[in-house]
Design a binder for this molecule. Structure first.
Ligand code: HXC
Length: 302
């Protein structure tokens, strides 16, 4: 994050130990950087080991401190257990978890297979719960307090045409946030979520706007009441506020940060994608599959 746009005092997060799932790229990387720059020890996980190493090296060069990349596929409870064992062995309990890892692509729902549905829901819905359950159990047993933050979207309130598995999954995580905020509040575990509007990242653009806005229609900046998309420091400042000490009574909340895009136009793909026909959807699918194949090659290479 641009230091001039950080709202917080240096060292605010010293002593914090935070895991950011999907922290090697995109929004996760931005939040990991913000926590690290304020003194937290940060763990990042993802499916691509080399990408995690690259991010950890880049951020340590920039800020010093300690950031560790651990390869983990959150669809696998065994992989999660192994990662969390490593983190605990490296310095004890976490004080914070950011459920950021996600998978998504635009598609007509009638074009989805069961595998396509599962590819998204296994990451976002089940994977997020598996991470929360594994870490939550350890914190309860050790009587340690922690803050959990999940990265959602405003679709949790109104659904989203053309990204139905993602909208369903994130809505489920929204309900997990509210449910565990009440059930586990007594253990000192608190649960909040952020519902960002558009904060462009490479992974998101490749799968939600492949080929640019010409193909998928709509210009999200000009249709937003503030005339622009989000800036990363705005998101990371909110994440630090929710993860840091001093706001512990905030519990069970999902906070939108979208320039009021949701109020103005629903904040989703309807109606911009509705007019697309078979030819356009074929082209979109080909581009998304190309990105998926490239990412997969990096995973197996790692
Ligand atoms: C239809 C598709 C498809 C497409 C994949 N599939 N792409 N179906 N249209 N465009 C189908 C495949 O055919 C296959 O089903 C099944 O999905 C699994 O495909 P894989 O490529 O093997 O999946 P996998 O390698 O597990 O990849 C998971 C993924 C991928 C979700 C598909 O996109 C991924 O890894 N994404 C991670 C990063 C990411 O998505 N970032 C963007 C997040 S943005 P069959 O039946 O053929 O076997 C986000 C924020 C949204 O979440 C909010 C914005 C405001």
């Amino acid at each position: 994050m641009d230091a001039a746009k950080n709202m917080f005092r240096a060292g605010l997060m010293e002593g914090e130990r935070i895991l950011v799932t999907g922290g090697g790229t995109g929004l996760g990387k931005e939040m990991a950087e913000a926590f690290l720059s304020l003194g937290a020890t940060v763990y990042i996980c993802g499916r691509r080991g080399p990408k995690l190493d690259e991010t950890a090296a880049e951020l340590t060069d920039k800020h010093g401190g300690k950031i560790v990349g651990i390869p983990c596929d959150i669809r696998s409870p065994d992989s999660i257990k192994e990662m969390v064992d490593t983190i605990w062995a490296d310095g004890g309990a976490l004080t914070g978890v950011v459920n950021n890892a996600a998978g998504n692509f635009i598609s007509r729902t009638e074009d989805l297979s069961v595998n396509g549905f599962n590819a998204i829901t296994d990451i976002v819905f089940r994977g997020t719960f598996y991470v929360t359950l594994d870490i939550g159990k350890r914190l309860i047993a050790e009587k340690k307090k922690a803050s959990f933050l999940s990265i959602l979207t405003t679709w949790v309130w109104n659904g989203s045409a053309f990204t139905v598995p993602s909208a369903m999954s994130k809505a489920g995580v929204n309900i997990m946030t509210q449910s565990l905020a009440t059930e586990w509040g007594r253990y000192g575990l608190r649960f909040n979520a952020i519902a960002p509007g558009e904060f462009p990242t490479k992974g998101m653009s490749a799968r939600l706007s492949p080929g640019g806005s010409n193909l998928t229609g709509g210009d999200s900046a000009s249709s937003n009441p503030m005339g622009r998309v989000g800036q990363m420091h705005e998101l990371t400042n909110l994440a630090v506020f929710l993860m840091g000490q001093g706001a512990e009574y905030v519990n069970g909340q999902t906070i939108a940060i979208d320039g009021a895009g949701y109020q103005a136009g629903g904040g989703n793909f309807y109606p911009s994608l509705s007019p697309l026909g078979d030819e356009e959807w074929g082209a979109i699918q080909a581009m998304i599959r190309g990105t998926n194949a490239k990412d997969k090659a990096e995973r197996t290479a790692g």
